[in-house]
Each structure stands twice: as structure tokens, then as C-alpha cells.
Ligand binder design. Structure first.
Ligand code: C5P
Length: 222
């Protein structure tokens, strides 16, 4: 059996602010997995576009991605709403998507050996990047709940925000992400639907954990 078969691989897709990142972090910590928030890669490129409009081209992006260190994705500036919108715009480009594919595949199937596997979240993880993942989840919540959560996150970061602007921005990104030609956000048939609208973070995690533990026990992993 090669390493690819032995490690635990978990793929998550979700619209923005549905709670996927929170759940992915809980999962990573519970099962000792490498966590990659793939949206941060698109935000990183979206930010390059905002900062370097003159030399923003495929070659420039390729050079940046080749040197990209996972720690650079922790930059708080990437959480800004204008960066998120820019990310959704550049994410429609198939050439840009292909540039970041290998980085994601490496994290998914060859995480550093200290980890027991990987968990990735994004928009095309279950449908394109990790089609063969051991577990696939589609995490969602209704748009008002998501907007409220994002609004409160911005408030916590002391950002001056208006609820309706947050709602509008999420709707705009949902539209772009679900209707684009390449790798649109969708629930694959083999993904388990988790609706977080009425669940606390912990309740949601216990639901996911029960699903994972059941299969790992059957497979003899735990
Ligand atoms: O998850 P997050 O909101 O940070 O993602 C920012 C944007 O990056 C998304 O709205 C989407 O357009 C894009 N993205 C993507 N594919 C992924 C992850 C994110 O197209 N796997």
C-alpha cells in the first residue's frame, strides 16, 4: 500500500462563511491532519492583482506561487473583503486555477510525515482537487446566517462594516463561484451535506466526527 492510500484525506467544499474553515481546523486538530485553506491561495493571488495591477500576468503569478510558503497565507490582510472579491474574480481563470493545482495536490496527498493526512477546504476540492478523498463534505448555511457570521467577524476585527454590504458581497461571490465555467462550486453526489445554519460549532463538529469515526473504525484506522 503506498502513502496515498494510507493517509486520511478529507475534502470540504462550501460557500463563503458557512463555517467550513472552523470545522476543518477542528478536524485537523482531532485527527492530526495538515489543514490547507485553499481560499487563501486565491486570496493571495487576488491581493497580488490589487497590489501589482501593472505586472499582474501568468508568469508573475507562477513565480510567486513557486516560492509560496504556507505561512504567507496567514497574513491578516488577506481577510479583507476587497481581497475576497478580487479572489473570486481571478478564480474564474482556468490558467490561474491550474497554476495552484499542484500546490494543493502536494498538500493533499503528500503532507509532511508528522501528519496523519490532510484536510483541504475550498470550492472545488470535492469535485476536482481531491476527487478520491476518503471523506467528502459539503458544508453550507443559509445566506442570512452566513452574512451575520461574517459581519460579526469583521466587527471583532474592528472593521467598519455594514450588514447589508456584507450580505451583498457574499451574494456576489456566491454568484461568481457557482456560475463560473471552470470548477464551479457544487455539491458532488458523494459529498455528505452538513447544514450549519442551526448548529453550534461544536454540535456541527460532533456530527462530522461521528461520520469520520464510524468509517475509520470499519476500515481499522482507529
Ligand atoms: O474561501 P474563501 O472565501 O477565502 O475563498 C475566496 C475565493 O477564492 C472564493 O470566493 C472563490 O472564488 C475562490 N476559491 C476557489 N476555489 C477554491 C477556494 C477558493 O475558486 N478551492
Amino acid at each position: 500500500m503506498n502513502k496515498k492510500n494510507k493517509i486520511i484525506t478529507i475534502a470540504i467544499d462550501s460557500p463563503a462563511a458557512a463555517g467550513a474553515g472552523t470545522q476543518a481546523k477542528f478536524i485537523a486538530s482531532e485527527y492530526n491532519l495538515l489543514y490547507l485553506d485553499t481560499g487563501k491561495i486565491y486570496r493571495y493571488i487576488g491581493n497580488l492583482r490589487l497590489k501589482n495591477s501593472k505586472n499582474f500576468n501568468l508568469n508573475f503569478i507562477k513565480k510567486k506561487i513557486n516560492k509560496l510558503n504556507i505561512n504567507e497565507l496567514k497574513n491578516k490582510h488577506l481577510l479583507e473583503d476587497n481581497v475576497a472579491k478580487s479572489a473570486s474574480i481571478i478564480a474564474r481563470n482556468i490558467k490561474i486555477r491550474n497554476l495552484v493545482k499542484n500546490f494543493q495536490l502536494r498538500c493533499a496527498y503528500n503532507p509532511p510525515s508528522k501528519y496523519s493526512g490532510s484536510v483541504l477546504d475550498g470550492r472545488d476540492i470535492t469535485s476536482v482537487i481531491m476527487k478520491n478523498a476518503m471523506f467528502k463534505f459539503y458544508i453550507t448555511a443559509n445566506i442570512e446566517v452566513r452574512a451575520k457570521r461574517r459581519f460579526l467577524e469583521f466587527k471583532k476585527m474592528k472593521k467598519k462594516v455594514n450588514f447589508n454590504d456584507v450580505l451583498k458581497s457574499l451574494k456576489y461571490r456566491d454568484y461568481l463561484d457557482k456560475n463560473r465555467k471552470h470548477s464551479p462550486l457544487k455539491k458532488t453526489k458523494d459529498s455528505i451535506l452538513i447544514n450549519t445554519s442551526k448548529l453550534s460549532k461544536k454540535a456541527c463538529f460532533y456530527k462530522i466526527k461521528a461520520i469520520i469515526d464510524k468509517k475509520l473504525k470499519i476500515n481499522g484506522n482507529i
